[in-house]
Design a protein around this ligand. Structure first.
Ligand code: ZN
Length: 133
């Protein structure tokens, strides 16, 4: 992995949580972006080059809605810059990790992303990402 790119946090109400994190971090979010295909609305904060991504579900069948239903709000995933992502995916498969998709798909913040099964990563949901080319 090249670096920790962002930390994803599942929230029930993005606008409320934006206010909480702006107070906590001492600066506002720098963007809000909906990812229709994933059923989420996200916001981003920059903390010394590492981003905090807040994620709110926009429909009941989205992964974030299901996560909150099961586990409540809170830490959702760690995202690593894994450019070039297809190479990293192959390496990780060979090492015995399980990926949740065969190909990267469009995520927020101009990224191609793929998630790893948390059962193979000590129950931490890991996202691999790279900048869209
Ligand atoms: Zn993410």
């Amino acid at each position: 992995m090249n670096k920790l790119e962002h930390i994803g946090i599942a929230v029930k109400n993005l606008d409320e949580s934006n206010r909480v994190f702006a107070k906590l971090l001492g600066k506002p979010h720098y963007k809000i972006e909906a990812v229709e295909s994933e059923g989420v609305r996200t916001s981003f904060f920059d903390v010394g080059g590492i981003k905090i991504e807040l994620l709110e579900a926009t429909r009941p069948d989205s992964a974030i809605a299901k996560f909150i239903e099961k586990r409540g709000e809170g830490l959702h995933h760690l995202a690593f810059d894994a450019d070039p992502i297809e190479n990293k995916m192959n390496e990780l498969k060979i090492e015995g990790f399980t990926l949740l998709a065969d190909k990267p798909f469009p995520g927020a913040d101009n990224k191609e992303v793929v998630f790893m099964h948390p059962k193979t990563t000590n129950h931490v949901l890991i996202e691999l990402c790279q900048e869209k080319r």
